[in-house]
Ligand binder design. Structure first.
Ligand code: NAD
Ligand code: MG
Length: 386
């Protein structure tokens, strides 16, 4: 039976990896919606290749170009935030949520509300609105499949036991490109150095997050929402080879792990075929060739981001949404060369300490916090400008 599939963030790193898997098994999948931010020509090319029913650009300025490029095809063109939500509400069998940032929250929620299966790469949505997303998913009877490699590994390891039999979850972390660097050495790094991840080929924002280790901070919050074992039972372990993608230790002291080459198509394939398994042409894991696996405790003096994230989720309320929005703005400022690398976590810390909005209870509250935090962080960026 063919699975109907929509991909939000189709032109990005995760979106492309997902389409690559579909390309390998064209008879099994039917593409319904493909979306992008503003790259109309790339999106149109994908929509043509996969005969998508609808292609959506979030940016209205890209609409005319998209329409032009789709002329003579059966693909409908649309643009804007409402069109993204409408596309997500089409109720397909499987949706990939791979937009980067909190911008992915509205379509992801819309897809969850259809009660179908949503593969989640868009961790920022879960960090900002985790409790709400989990509640909505449960209400609608939707299935949330984690795609982030660590969370996908935990999801797979949890097939070997029950969540209430878990003693500890270990999130592995590569440590990023500056794992062995001093603070002094990190002070002057360029965006090019920060996005050059040693193991994974990813979008710019998550690559910078990996370099600051905020990615692991966001993933800690993500894990806390997806796997309710208690925050104190989720630990981080630096593992530079990125071969063990995470581990689950049960009460009996059995530890189950998921291993694989550092290729996002592997966790995506597990979510795409779930509950079955699919063939992929990904590189097999050759442990003899790799030779050794190393492990280190995280150094939160050099990389304070995981400490900041743990404090934000412990405080709860508005803090996780503030953490995410401040980090998005600070990372964008670093990529634009407006602030320096070490300023990113400094700006996030300053923002978190600067104001305390009331606890969000509905989605509109989250968006208000997100918006206000962005304005305040932009002001902080001005102070830090190099
Ligand atoms: P990317 O930058 O390569 O792609 C992002 C996609 O989102 C693009 O299609 C872009 O057009 C779209 N987009 C950007 N801003 C948008 C907006 N405002 N509105 C609508 N669409 C917008 O990012 P990526 O590396 O593919 O990451 C996507 C998500 O998956 C992120 O949340 C990231 O943390 C997560 N993730 C990525 C990887 C990876 O290997 N790349 C691994 C784990 C998790
Ligand atoms: Mg990850």
């Amino acid at each position: 039976m063919t699975k109907s599939v929509s991909i939000f963030g189709a032109t990005g790193s995760v979106g492309q990896s997902t389409l690559d898997l579909v390309r390998q098994h064209p008879e099994q999948y039917k593409i319904v919606a493909l979306t992008a931010n503003g790259n109309a020509s790339q999106l149109a090319a994908l929509a043509r290749e996969f005969s998508a029913e609808i292609a959506v650009v979030a940016d209205d300025n890209a609409y005319e170009e998209l329409k032009l490029q789709l002329e003579g095809t059966s693909t409908e063109a649309a643009s804007g935030k409402e069109a993204l939500i409408a596309a997500a509400s089409r109720g397909v069998d499987w949706t990939m949520a791979a937009i980067v940032g909190c911008a992915g929250l509205p379509p992801t929620l819309a897809a969850l509300r259809c009660g179908k299966t949503v593969a989640l790469a868009n961790k920022e949505a879960l960090v900002s609105a985790g409790a709400l997303m989990i509640t909505e998913a449960r209400k609608a009877g939707a299935t949330l499949l984690p795609v982030d490699s660590e969370h996908n590994a935990i999801f797979q390891a949890l097939q070997g036991g029950k969540i209430d039999q878990v003693r500890k979850i270990t999130l592995t972390a590569s440590g990023g490109p500056f794992r062995t660097w001093t603070r002094e050495q990190m002070a002057g790094v360029t965006p090019e150095q920060a996005v050059a991840h040693p193991n994974w080929d990813m979008g710019a924002k998550i690559s910078v997050d990996s370099a600051t280790m905020m990615n692991k901070g966001l993933e800690l919050i993500e894990a806390h929402h997806l796997f309710p074992v208690g925050l104190e039972n989720i630990e981080i372990l630096v593992h530079p080879q990125s071969v063990i993608h995470s581990m689950v230790e049960y009460h009996d002291r059995s530890t189950l792990a998921q291993l694989g080459s550092p290729d996002m198509r592997i966790p995506i394939a597990s979510a795409l075929a779930w509950p079955e398994r699919m063939m992929t042409n990904c590189a097999p894991l050759d442990l003899a060739e790799i030779g050794r696996l190393d492990f280190e405790r995280p150094d939160e003096d050099r990389f304070p981001a995981t400490k900041i994230a743990r404090a934000a989720i412990t405080a709860g309320g508005a803090k996780p949404a503030m953490l995410n929005a401040a980090n998005e703005v600070a990372v964008a400022a670093f990529l634009n060369r407006a602030v320096q690398f070490l300023d990113i976590t400094e700006i996030v810390t300053r923002l978190l300490d600067s104001y305390s909005p009331p606890e969000p209870s509905v989605l509109a509250d989250i968006f208000a916090i997100d918006k206000e935090t962005r304005v305040r962080t932009e002001q902080l960026v001005e102070e830090f400008k190099v």
